[in-house]
Design a protein around this ligand. Structure first.
Ligand code: UDX
Length: 453
């Protein structure tokens, strides 16, 4: 039967840094005429709002509390695999007699079992990679045996096609220390072992951002660049008018921070956030706070749960100069003219958002793909600096202050700002109508609309 319109189920892993880009992708597909349904867990379904994308619940087996209700990562991923496969299949079946039967599942790379569900129904499958293509290439090399785990390094830096030379500290922590996150790593490796079985392999990045890598890997792997998946209002008014992702797993602090930003001069405020998953130590939180205080600049600090790690004296001093919130609309903050610098853990979404909005960064990577993203911020795109850690693996207050000054003042600051403006323009080009990422999405949409359902 011809499926004239195409109906895609988009399945994110239920964490903020995964729901955001996958929901944005679903909106892009809807803006191009496809029917798009986001399938997400019961625990997250009420946090997601969209006027163009349908939202349907599936189960991870922990409907009351999601991941936090589970005994740990391994049990959670196992449960999601068994219960999720069943409930995803039920959702696809529910639509089968409707006017819009599902003809493709786009699934998060942490949920590789969705491929089997799509195969069972004989529909298209596409995996969505939420890391940079460069980080993905490392996993790809491991899967083919070009790189063995744990990655060891004696003296020489590691050389991989299309990547700058890498010290072990520039690579995802999983690789040097696989046992530290073995459940995630097992899922990641399962996914890379089956990459070719998918009809599409999408990556939330752009050919302009990782051009050397894409040249080196040309013809070797099936990656299709469709990003950055940043709400289009910030990039291209012609696509749609979204100013938020439309999903917030935390309650927004009142929008007092926007009123506060309004009172500050252009490029004068440091915005500080460590995303949704990284958890910094009490010692690091204290050094971070004092580095900000001693910088003598205004700052907006997102302290999701690190505020209680600070001493009373620190909290009082922080509040004299800066504003502390538990969660904000990061895009609105980064787009605000008062913000001149982003102190970030370099989660891939945060990195893409800062690049897309032209905001210079001070990188304090914590785990996962963040060390590689931080290296690229400093060396490849030259849009910021990476803070150095001491022997205790802490970024001291002096080091943070030094980095902030380097990014916000002087010759180096000017150079960084120039680069940030350049990359923003290139990104706008790639996601705008007719740009390389946009064309790749069009090719996919064309195939689904015409394809056999
Ligand atoms: C994690 C990984 O670090 C990331 O690299 C991976 O690809 C996805 O999972 P996370 O640690 O949450 O994600 O960081 P990040 O990727 O930066 O995503 C955080 C998201 O939350 C961003 O889209 C950001 O805009 C949003 N955010 C953060 C807010 O909306 N408000 C805040 O106060 C803080």
């Amino acid at each position: 039967m011809k499926n004239q319109r195409g109906h895609v189920i988009v399945l994110p892993y239920p964490a903020q840094g995964h729901i955001n880009p996958l929901l944005q992708f679903a909106k892009r597909l809807a803006s191009k005429g496809l029917k798009a349904t986001l399938a997400t867990t019961h625990y997250t379904v009420n946090s997601i709002h969209s006027t163009t994308v349908g939202v349907e619940p599936i189960s991870d087996g922990y409907d009351e509390g999601g991941f936090k209700q589970s005994p740990g990562v391994e049990a959670y991923l196992e449960s999601f695999k068994s219960v999720g496969s069943k409930t995803l299949a039920e959702l696809i079946s529910k639509f089968s007699d409707s006017a819009s039967p599902v003809n493709c599942v786009v699934y998060d790379s942490l949920l590789p079992w969705a491929l089997d569900v799509a195969r069972k129904f004989g529909i298209y499958s596409a995996v969505f990679l939420t890391n940079s293509a460069s980080v993905c290439s490392m996993y790809w090399h491991i899967n083919l045996g070009h790189l063995t785990l744990p990655v060891k390094q004696e003296t020489e830096p590691l050389l991989l096609p299309g990547l700058p030379s890498l010290a072990i500290s520039d690579m995802p922590g999983f690789l040097a220390n696989p046992s530290s996150h073995s459940a995630y790593l097992a899922v990641i490796m399962e996914k890379f072992g089956r990459l070719e079985e998918n009809d599409w392999v999408f990556c939330n990045s752009s050919e302009v951002l990782e051009s050397e890598l894409m040249k080196a890997m040309w013809g070797l792997w099936p990656l299709v660049m469709i990003g950055p998946m940043v709400p289009s209002a910030y990039l291209d008014q012609q696509i749609s008018g979204d100013t938020t992702y439309g999903a917030s797993l935390w309650e927004l602090s009142s929008d007092r921070y926007l009123t506060w930003l309004e009172t500050k001069p252009p490029n004068s405020v440091i915005y500080v956030s460590f995303g949704s998953m990284a958890d910094i130590t009490a010692k690091q939180a204290e050094e971070l706070a004092w580095g900000l205080i001693e910088s003598n600049m205004h700052f907006l600090l997102v302290a999701k749960d690190s505020r209680d790690k600070l001493s009373i004296e620190t909290v009082n001093s922080v509040e004299e100069r800066g504003l502390v919130v538990s969660w904000c609309n990061q895009l609105e903050v980064l787009a605000h003219p008062a913000v001149g610098c982003f102190v970030t853990h370099c989660g891939w979404n945060s990195t893409l958002e800062a690049l897309s909005l032209g905001v210079p960064m001070v990188a304090l990577p914590q785990w996962s793909d963040q060390p590689t993203n931080a290296k690229f911020v400093e060396e490849l795109w030259q849009v910021g600096v990476k803070a150095k850690k001491n022997e205790e693996r802490i970024v001291t207050r002096d080091e943070l202050e030094r980095c902030i000054r380097e990014v916000m003042a002087g010759k180096k600051g000017e150079e960084i700002m120039k680069n940030a403006t350049k990359w923003r323009k290139l990104i706008i080009g790639t996601v705008s109508l007719g740009g390389s990422s946009d064309k790749n999405i069009d090719d996919f949409v064309g195939k689904l609309v015409e394809g056999e359902g």
